[in-house]
Design a protein around this ligand. Structure first.
Ligand code: NAG
Ligand code: NAG
Ligand code: NAG
Ligand code: NAG
Ligand code: NAG
Ligand code: NAG
Ligand code: NAG
Ligand code: NAG
Ligand code: NAG
Ligand code: NAG
Ligand code: NAG
Length: 628
């Protein structure tokens, strides 16, 4: 809800004519009428679960390059070959005749990946075998190295290239044999460059990998100079903030204060030339990464090209932001795609992000032009059950209460988790879709007659960490400076709170768990339904993130040593080896003042998990391998 300009709908009639959904001549948001005096109607554009294959689950094979781009200075790339047991897509898995159905046992996918459009004699990028079985899991990734050499079929190009995987799987006795194909049109192989940063996305785990400048990322670079980067910052106003930057001295005090909170990213709501000095200062003197804002005129491709030309060699740049809530505004489907194509024609070295506001309105169409999907679920202080400021109720077919299809109230933190889960679900329901990197935009404001109050610091941490638990690979809050309670004043309470968490999430060791390492695995604790727990395994360590996403305390008053405790069992499947669990808590990197954990018998235990409390715990294992 970034300064929603409803007036625009009526003033610019040309836009109305191109709007998507039903009743484009009525005042709508997310396809629904929000003013009183109109009937409720189906807004359309829902992504629904596809029909399940009546004959049972299928083998669904997908292929993608590990990274969203490769450079000709690199010797090797990787493909991800993803084998999933899908209820919707793919071909039947060869079964042993005795059982008549797939037994969950080991299979091998023998495959070749070729470059489309290459001369037929020389189009093979790699041939290999992916081992998989679906005993206890429904998805497995196999990383397949391939050569990036000019002697092969692959040549550098500013455009993405297409690859095709063809493969077969035979039953254990060889009596049945099924073929599979998969395609990717996302292999980007670029000439390296000497000025400015390069940022690529990790298609295996969703994170940002950044090369260049001073931008604060993880500590160690990979062979190609990329470091894991978890962007954590604010959308930042021109008026009342960046407008004050006129030279290096004013930049030092104004931007220096922002960086001093511990944030490592910013989405300046400003462009060239008015913020040239601020952008240069950020790149030269701070650790801040820049997400460059193109939203104001993203449909004016001449303007987009001018701005990208000015921005693309910045050492601080980590992404572009093209469209703001195109789904809320019912913008033409082609608009974000055209913006993305214009950006890429000048700068294919950085990803393009789109903010979605709606819960379920033409998801696929509005994300076609996005490399990164941001969602701005702002659930704090909304009233989802009363009449909106426009005088209507809000539900799936009517109204706008500031947070589309959210529940708010005691469900507010869950609203954030639910949205990220739903976006991921839509991707899994769309054949041929590879999941995109997600960013959550934490609410850090109130007002506009939708949001009665700011979140508290505890709510801010809970929303941020719940988002991370549900796959967010960056956090960009709306909006800095944060207006204080007294008109005309600003408050540093929430920027300081976010900066505190940012210092933990964006540095080692935590960023090394979150980015380029693993996706979060949820760990539900049935007896504690508000507890949101996820883990990330890395070598002989396990990061566990715990959020009480509810407004009730989980507290046991009996502190006798032998009295029962709340416990989170660590499943054997994530132990360092099948017969050895973790041995101890290596570090409590966040929330130790609220949550006191003990660890024994493969369980994390505590007596008190207060409402909205958050914790990050690293478990470690002593093993003969690591002992001297
Ligand atoms: C599946 O895993 C279980 C437990 O690890 C094992 O007992 C069973 O034999 C496995 N089944 C197949 C078909 O591999
Ligand atoms: C690559 O695939 C896209 C569709 O995804 C198609 O439009 C394009 O023509 C293909 N290019 C080549 C060289 O095959
Ligand atoms: C990559 O190149 C090396 C030699 O440069 C060769 O040994 C290897 O087989 C190649 N790998 C693939 C997958 O083509
Ligand atoms: C399965 O079929 C493919 C061709 O479709 C063939 O190349 C392969 O050898 C066959 N495998 C077995 C085990 O029959
Ligand atoms: C800021 O300082 C840099 C050197 O650190 C200098 O190149 C630049 O011209 C200065 N900018 C302004 C606006 O004074
Ligand atoms: C589009 O951008 C160009 C370049 O900045 C500008 O000259 C033109 O007036 C803009 N067009 C519209 C319709 O705003
Ligand atoms: C929501 O608004 C309704 C009236 O429209 C009111 O009865 C209810 O108490 C409000 N709920 C909250 C949480 O403010
Ligand atoms: C939404 O509320 C309107 C007005 O009460 C009602 O007509 C409509 O059926 C409701 N839609 C849903 C999906 O409940
Ligand atoms: C605004 O006032 C409320 C109520 O007094 C208080 O809880 C909140 O912390 C204040 N917010 C800021 C940003 O100072
Ligand atoms: C606390 O727990 C201990 C051990 O289970 C038990 O013996 C004791 O009675 C409990 N105290 C209370 C007040 O329930
Ligand atoms: C665990 O299993 C490994 C073999 O998988 C074995 O070498 C080792 O001795 C076992 N450790 C314990 C503590 O049982």
């Amino acid at each position: 809800m970034h300064l929603r300009l409803f007036g625009l709908v009526f003033v610019v009639s040309a836009v109305v004519a191109q709007q998507t959904g039903n009743h484009p001549d009525w005042p709508r948001w997310c396809g629904k009428v929000y003013e009183s005096g109109y009937p409720a109607f189906n807004p359309g554009g829902q992504t629904d679960e596809p029909p399940r294959n009546p004959g049972g689950s299928l083998l669904y094979v997908q292929v993608a390059p590990r990274y969203s781009l490769y450079l000709d200075s690199e010797a090797q790339g990787e493909f991800i070959v993803r084998t999933s047991l899908s209820p919707y897509f793919g071909n039947a898995l060869p079964s042993a005749p005795v059982h008549g159905e797939y037994d969950g046992g080991d299979r091998q996918l023998h495959f070749t990946i070729t470059l489309d459009g290459a001369s037929n004699g020389n189009n093979v990028l790699v041939s290999s075998v992916a081992q998989f079985n679906f005993n206890g899991t429904t998805m497995q990734d196999t990383l397949v190295p391939f050569n990036l050499t000019s002697s092969g079929p692959l040549k550098t190009s500013f455009k993405s290239q297409n690859v095709t995987l063809t493969g077969w799987v035979a039953s254990p006795d060889g009596s049945s044999n099924t073929t599979y194909t998969a395609r990717s049109s996302d292999l980007l192989y670029l000439p390296d460059k000497t000025t400015g940063s390069v940022t690529r996305l990790d298609n295996a785990y969703g994170g940002f990998m950044h090369r260049g400048g001073r931008v604060k990322t993880g500590q160690t670079a990979d062979q190609s100079g990329f470091r894991p980067y978890f962007p954590y910052g604010y959308y930042s106003s021109f008026d009342g903030f960046l407008a004050g930057v006129t030279d290096n001295t004013s930049a030092s005090s104004i931007i220096g204060k922002y960086a001093g909170f511990g944030l490592n990213a910013m989405t300046p709501l400003s462009q060239y030339p008015q913020s040239t000095t601020a952008f240069a200062y950020m790149a030269d003197q701070t650790n801040l990464g820049i997400q460059f804002d193109l939203r104001e005129q993203y449909t004016n491709l001449t303007w987009v090209a001018e701005q990208v030309t000015a921005a693309h060699t910045s050492e601080a740049l980590f992404s572009y932001w093209s469209a703001d809530e195109p789904d809320g505004h019912q913008d033409p489907f082609s608009a974000p795609v055209n913006a993305r194509d214009t950006i890429r024609s000048i700068d294919p070295y950085h990803p393009v992000a789109v903010v979605l506001n709606c819960h379920n309105y033409y998801f696929s169409e509005y994300t076609t032009g996005a490399d990164v999907i941001m969602e701005d679920v702002y659930p704090i202080g909304i009233n989802a059950t009363g009449l909106s400021k426009w005088g209507t109720v809000c539900n799936a077919t009517l109204g706008d209460c500031g947070c589309d299809d959210c529940q708010g109230g005691n469900h507010a933190i869950r609203d954030v988790a639910d949205r990220l889960d739903d976006l991921a679900r839509y991707e899994s329901w769309t054949e041929g879709t590879w999941p995109k990197t997600k960013i959550h935009n934490p609410q850090s404001f109130h007002g506009e007659d939708y949001w009665a109050r700011d979140p508290t610091p505890e709510e801010s941490w809970a929303m941020s960490l719940v988002a991370v638990n549900h796959g967010a690979q960056g956090l960009v809050s709306w909006v800095y400076p944060v207006a204080g309670n007294v008109s005309g004043t600003n408050s540093d309470v929430l920027p300081a709170a976010h900066g505190q968490l940012a210092q933990v999430l964006t540095g080692s060791p935590i960023v090394d768990f979150l980015v380029g390492n693993a996706r979060p695995t949820p760990l539900p604790v049935p007896s504690l339904p508000n507890l949101d727990v996820a883990y990330w395994r890395r070598d002989h360590q396990l990061l566990v993130s715990i959020v009480n996403s509810g407004y009730d305390d989980y507290v046991l008053s009996n502190t006798s040593v032998t009295a029962p405790m709340y416990s989170i069992p660590i499943p054997q499947s994530v132990w360092p080896s099948s017969n050895t669990s973790y041995t101890h808590i290596d570090a409590v990197v966040w929330g130790g003042n609220k949550l006191v954990w003990s660890y024994a018998g493969s369980k994390l235990s505590t007596r008190s998990i207060p409402a909205l409390s958050t914790g990050l715990v690293v478990l470690s294992a002593y093993s003969t391998r690591f002992e001297d």
